[in-house]
Design a protein around this ligand. Structure first.
Ligand SMILES: [Zn+2]
Length: 177
């Protein structure tokens, strides 16, 4: 994995690598600039800590992104969840490319999905930090709106396919369906 960088502007926090950054032509040299705010200073971002639970959460995100309305997918890029050296959980949004601190209680700046998916990301965080599994019924839930399939708008067929796929994951509690 090439060295990850994060835009130094607090309001931006774009995350990528020097190859995904933009370039400003300064005549004698090309300077790397942030694609979102054009700022030219970055922090080095350590690679995520290896974590089986984070892999489970990413498998869940990946499954959700490959069905129905493809939440968490932006033009083939899928959002990811990661753990840092202190055990804190971060969400990297595929649309905004912003790395979001999931333990933050206030508004998640740069989170491109709504409250329902934020709650789900918080459940993934709790699984990673505490081992609490996510009830299968919370994935594309149908019980509040049975005639329309599910509150995610995935449609009955896609929602059923998705639940069938994720039921096998350790992060999911299949008994609470
Ligand atoms: Zn920036």
């Amino acid at each position: 994995m090439s060295q990850r960088i994060e835009c130094s502007k607090r309001q931006c926090r774009w995350t990528g690598t020097f190859s995904t950054a933009h370039r400003r032509d300064d005549g004698f040299m090309k300077t790397a600039i942030c694609p979102r705010c054009n700022c030219d200073s970055f922090y080095d971002l350590p690679n995520p800590v290896k974590s089986e639970r984070a892999e489970q959460a990413n498998a869940l995100i990946k499954a959700i992104s490959s069905h129905g309305r493809k939440f968490f997918d932006y033009k083939g890029e899928v959002s990811t969840i990661e753990v840092d050296a202190k055990g804190k959980v971060w969400f990297v949004d595929s649309y905004t490319k912003r790395r979001i601190y999931t333990h933050y209680q206030g508004r998640w700046s740069g989170f491109s999905n709504g409250g329902t998916l934020r709650d789900l990301v918080c459940c993934m965080r709790n699984y990673i930090t505490k081992g609490h599994k996510i009830p299968l019924a919370w994935i594309a839930p149908t019980r509040f709106n049975p005639e329309n399939g599910d509150i995610w708008g995935y449609g009955q067929e896609a929602a059923a396919d998705l639940r069938k796929e994720v039921a096998l994951l350790d992060i999911i509690d299949e008994s609470k369906a």
